[in-house]
Ligand binder design. Structure first.
Ligand SMILES: Nc1ncnc2c1ncn2[C@@H]1O[C@H](COP(=O)(O)OP(=O)(O)OP(=O)(O)O)[C@@H](O)[C@H]1O
Ligand SMILES: [Mg+2]
Length: 253
């Protein structure tokens, strides 16, 4: 049984200006531990899909199953990382990373142990007493990632987490994410605008058409997972394929 299953999921927003169909009939099946990337033109419903997976936006029609259960709202084991890090400026790196555990009333020892382990994994331990204002954008995003990972999620949802970073910092964080997610059976969905990022971090790449988002193709990317994948010919082949699909989806190819 797949870990995440979407059956014909559509989302229509009803607002002052009438109805907006954001997602149309999206079906997919993700195995446990699989890495997915979601890519498509601006406004095609990528964030909507992520919010639906988080249980924050209910499907207008269709249904979502996670771990065999129908999703009816937020679940504890799902973590979501948004584009603006969501860090508290008056809390240190350590306090920010530990926050989720504290809110959930873990014991002091457990908070300390889990937070420390993750800070080590993400090479942040040396900076644990710094405040967000004393960190680079890449480090702030690592703290946000640390906070999500301390909660031991089984599903990690990320909405363009690296888009505000410069190219090198971005690659470094992509590498970090690849390393930490391989450690256990974490299933991930990463929304991105970047073709290269989708191919580096998505074992399956969901390509959406422009609004309303429909599936253009689910691209299989078996070479994903190696740190040097960016330098391999298959990487560039998958990138070209995506570029072609996205051009077609925009109606100019
Ligand atoms: N709360 C809302 N009410 C009404 N319409 C909305 C709402 N949220 C999003 N939309 C509309 O739904 C469509 C899909 O939005 P969504 O944010 O999911 O797209 P996206 O692919 O994430 O875009 P971007 O790449 O710019 O982040 C857009 O046309 C957007 O204007
Ligand atoms: Mg978005």
């Amino acid at each position: 049984m797949p870990f995440v299953r979407l059956d014909e999921v559509s989302v229509t927003y009803k607002g002052h200006g009438g109805e907006v169909e954001a997602l149309s009939s999206v079906s997919l099946a993700a195995e446990k531990g699989e890495a997915w990337a979601v890519i498509g033109p601006s406004g095609c419903g990528k964030s909507t899909l992520l919010y639906a997976l988080a249980g924050l936006v209910p499907p207008t029609t269709g249904s979502i199953f996670i771990g065999g259960e129908r999703l009816l709202g937020e679940r504890r084991e799902t973590s979501i990382i948004l584009q603006d890090y969501g860090l508290f400026p008056w809390k240190t790196v350590y306090e920010n990373a530990a926050l989720g555990l504290k809110i959930r009333h873990y014991s002091r020892e457990e908070v300390a142990r889990k937070t420390r382990d993750i800070l080590i994994d993400l090479r942040l331990l040396d900076f644990k007493n710094r405040f967000p204002s004393q960190l680079s954008g890449g480090m702030r995003q690592r703290v946000a990632l640390a906070r999500s990972l301390t909660l031991d999620p089984d599903l990690l949802l990320m909405d363009e987490p690296f888009s505000s970073l410069d190219a090198l910092t971005r690659e470094e964080l992509q590498n970090n994410l690849l390393e930490v997610r391989q450690a256990d059976g974490l299933t991930t969905f990463l929304v991105t605008h970047s073709i290269e990022e989708a191919v580096f971090l998505g074992r399956k790449i969901l390509v959406l058409t422009s609004r309303p988002g429909k599936i253009a193709e689910i691209v299989d990317n078996p070479g994903m997972g190696a740190l040097d994948y960016r330098n391999r010919p298959e990487f560039h082949e998958v990138c070209s394929h995506l570029r072609h699909l996205l051009r077609k989806g925009n109606g100019d190819g």
